[in-house]
Structures are given as structure tokens and as C-alpha cells.
Design a protein around this ligand. Sequence first.
Ligand code: NAP
Length: 210
Amino acid sequence: MKIGILGSGTVGRSLAQGFQGKGYEVLIGTRDPEKEELKAWKAAGGHIASPSETAQSADVAILATAWSGAKPVIDLAGKDAFSGKLLIDVTNPLEFGQSGPELSVGFSASAGETVQSWLPEARVVKCWNIITAAFMCDGSYEGGRLDMFIAGNDETAKKQVAGFLDEFQWNCHDLGGIDQSRILEPFAMLWIRYGVKNQIWNHAFKMVRK
Ligand SMILES: NC(=O)c1ccc[n+]([C@@H]2O[C@H](COP(=O)([O-])OP(=O)(O)OC[C@H]3O[C@@H](n4cnc5c(N)ncnc54)[C@H](OP(=O)(O)O)[C@@H]3O)[C@@H](O)[C@H]2O)c1
């Protein structure tokens, strides 16, 4: 199975390594194949391609761009490339104000729903937006598992994502349709705000039952 990752930032590279480590064929889609950040990936034999080639050849696509790059990269790839495919949306719709990162949409809209509306034929599942890139492919914690929440309209697509999460040692909790991104994106802000305020970046969510 080929995983095509759009965006070569911290998230894209971390997911690429994680999926490759599990034996998947991975392609990072980038606008700039010569960028410094991709040197280590390429030196280790990792594959890169244009966003369009990546989306077209992927069995499963992952949207791992800055929010400002989400629509541009989809335009570069072409809508048809995503038709019928699982597209995992890792983005948070952040803008950077004077007091740091803030959500640019919310309450009655979300990035997840927006991506789904741009790509009605894709099966969009929100996942991994509430954890730092470094831990996305490792949900293990003290002999147990951390918790990840997902949202999407397609049950089969969510089952596939649940399978990936299981491989990466996460507990998976399905919140419902892609509109539940309205909950998951502010939830990411809780993670971000805690990090900014305390300058701690290794925190993660774990549910307990009392
Ligand atoms: N960093 C984290 O720990 C973390 C955790 C959870 C969720 N997220 C979310 O995951 C996403 C990726 O995070 P990141 O930290 O990896 O982001 P990033 O470094 O800011 O950007 C990732 C990639 O987006 C692509 N991009 C940016 N502008 C673009 C444009 N106009 N057109 C096409 N592509 C564009 C670039 O890829 P190319 O230059 O290769 O084309 C860039 O490397 C963000 O939405 C973020 O909010 C991040």
C-alpha cells in the first residue's frame, strides 16, 4: 500500500518515517524537492515527488500542510487524484496573531469539513491533529496506550485509520462525522496553548475512567 504525504514539514517527515518503518511504501509530495529538510529523507532512500504525482499514485493520502497551503496543494494535485481515496487530514487551521497561534475557523465550521467540501469524492478522516509530530507514530505510554480521536463521514475509511492507529500503538476513539473536527481543532488549541504557556512540548492526552 502506498502512502502519499502532502507537505514535507515536521509532520509530513515524521509520518513518512513512521509509515515507512511499518513497511509501507511512502512518497512525500513537495513543491521543492531540493529543500534542506528533505536531505536526510532522500539520503536514507526515501522517495519524493510532486504533490500531483504523490496524490495520484497514493492509495492513501495524508494532508500535512500548513493550513494556508491546504487548498493550494489540493489545487496543485488536482481534485480527481483524491476521488474515492482515504485522505487523512492532520491540519489545524492556525493563524499567528500577536499572542501566538489561534484558530482561524471554528464554532460553526472547521478545517476538516472545509477539506471534505473541497473534495466531496474523497473520504476525509481527521486524525493526529491533537498531538506533536514526534509522537504521531508512537502512541505507547508506560506499558499502555495514549488516546487519539478521529472524525469522518465514511465508516470504512475510519476503520482503516483505526487500523493505522493500532499499528502505531494508539487507542482510537471515533467521535462521529467530519463535523466533529469542530471539536478536534479547538482540542488541538488546548494542546498548543499548554505548550506555549509552559514551554513543554511532550504532553499528550490520555483518558481515564474514575
Ligand atoms: N507540528 C506539529 O507538531 C503538528 C501537530 C499536529 C498538527 N499539525 C498540523 O499539521 C500541519 C503540518 O504541520 P507542520 O508543522 O509540518 O507544518 P509546516 O512545516 O508549517 O508546513 C508543512 C508543509 O506545508 C507545505 N506548504 C506550506 N505552504 C504551502 C502552499 N502555499 N502550497 C502548498 N504547500 C504548502 C510545505 O510543504 P512543501 O514545501 O514540501 O511543499 C510545508 O513544508 C499543519 O496544519 C499543523 O497545524 C502540526
